[in-house]
Design a binder for this molecule. Structure first.
Ligand SMILES: C[S@@+](CC[C@H](N)C(=O)[O-])C[C@H]1O[C@@H](n2cnc3c(N)ncnc32)[C@H](O)[C@@H]1O
Length: 85
């Protein structure tokens, strides 16, 4: 495991992406819908196909990102990125 600072609102992808697991919890609830959508797409891009995205319990992906995810545990907000068809 490696720790590094990363601005989820920035344009640069996080170093080392794509990851097996991306946990981004209780951050997006503070963003306006337009920024939320942009960050959801960035989070999706940071998860490898078959990898897991874990959000905060008050967060839910926008529709276009949700279409790329399988819901593993809706209450815990755990999603798996679909492998491309
Ligand atoms: C409410 S705290 C949640 C902390 C933790 N994830 C949790 O669930 O307990 C929000 C966190 O988002 C971080 N944050 C705010 N804006 C950010 C950004 N643009 N990029 C990355 N982290 C950000 C803050 O530094 C803070 O640690």
């Amino acid at each position: 495991m490696r720790f590094a600072r990363h601005d989820v609102c920035g344009d640069a992808p996080p170093a080392g992406a794509p990851f097996d697991l991306v946990a981004c919890r209780n951050v997006l609830i503070y963003f306006q819908p337009e920024l939320q959508e942009r960050v959801f797409h960035a989070l999706l891009a940071a998860v490898r196909p078959g990898g897991v995205l874990w959000l905060g319990e008050a967060e839910w992906p926008c529709a276009s990102v949700l279409a790329e995810l399988e819901v593993l545990d809706p209450a815990a907000r755990v999603f798996r990125r679909r492998r491309s068809a």
